[in-house]
Design a protein around this ligand. Sequence first.
Ligand code: XUL
Ligand code: CO
Length: 441
Amino acid sequence: MKNYFENLPQIQYEGAQSNNPLSFKYYDPERIVLGKPMKEHLPFAMAWWHNLCAEGADMFGRGTTDKAFGSTPATMEHAKAKVDVGFAFMQKLGIPYFCFHDVDLVPEADDMKETNRRLDEITDYMLVKMQETGIRCLWGTANMFSNPRYMSGAGSTSSAEVYCFAAAQTKKALELTVKLGGKGYVFWGGREGYETLLNTDMLFEEKNIANLMRLAVEYGRSIGFTGDFYIEPKPKEPMKHQYDFDAATAIGFLRKYGLDKDFKMNIEANHATLAGHTFQHELRVSAINGMLGSIDANQGDLLLGWDTDEFPSNVYDATLCMYEVLKAGGLTGGFNFDAKTRRPSNTFEDMLYGYILGMDTFALGLLNAAAMMEDGRIDAFIQKKYETFHTTEIGKKIVNGTATLSELAAYAEEKGSTREPVSGAQENLHSIMNAVMFGKR
Ligand code: XUL
Ligand code: CO
């Protein structure tokens, strides 16, 4: 069917008791949570690549879902059909933003100039839809990992010529992001990494990546891009080791090369778990460094070692995510569902179910996290846990940095013994979280 979504009724909040699969059970956009509507806490975005492009192909089989949308695949007619379908889809769900890679939008031509011409044409078409619907661009990016020329990296390539292609794609994707009013621009280092150090000059590659980012910042600012640049950390896949391993690594890199004022993190849940971290950990590391920018809202499968990009269903993780986001005062970016339906979920309804699931999961996460903050016991525990630093003279001196090592040693010697260690009370804190989340049964 050409545009299945066009003639559907609007997906509405109907509450948890509703059996209508095409309704929200928890996402109630106008509901006020901690003083503002849910929709403002949760600026959701549709990922163009998964929702409008991915047909379910995997390493062992071709696609299972028809995303030609009634057009001839890999033509400009197809590109326009994706725009029509995408905007109808977002409208039906009340999704205010989309995210895109350059090559999600149009079929890539052999000649870059022709690809760019197609990109100009499609973004003109998108702008009209954006004006009609009020839907906006959250962020744009360049796909510098699919084309075979990037087999050894883009910014980290071993070829100066390929580096120029990466620069050209970055330049164009930035121009498109500015044209579409995007709030952010993402660097996900898909092939910025290595398989073996036996063929890799790591420092040289690192400097080249930093240079490409610096050039992007300079150019972006020169054409009026005022938003944030983001690094989206991921430890592996497709490369064995990727340079933007996790938030801490990416932040260290940005500071080393003086890029930290222009960049923030775009944290993806599935990338966090691939790095051996929790989603919450990556959010906290970003937040305490003033770099929590945006989120790729998905989830992985801990039994699998790759990026499964599932729609988030884990309410516990979404709660801990929203707890971090609320504590950080919200995001400058948004929640991009970098997620795809499972291969056997091959109908148009499944696309809607995926987003309904994700939006409801994050709505629950928001409600739970707000309840945890209002409950206050977890915050109070943390406050109390460190109290000796705030209530004793020696503790205050440590915190304000006026104590010397000798003074601290003398204090310890004089005391002779330590205080009783304070319990971390982890079990009790998890119980509190459960009680806040599930209440009475
Ligand atoms: C890949 C991934 C990308 C980025 C954008 O794992 O997450 O889709 O979000 O390039
Ligand atoms: Co992502």
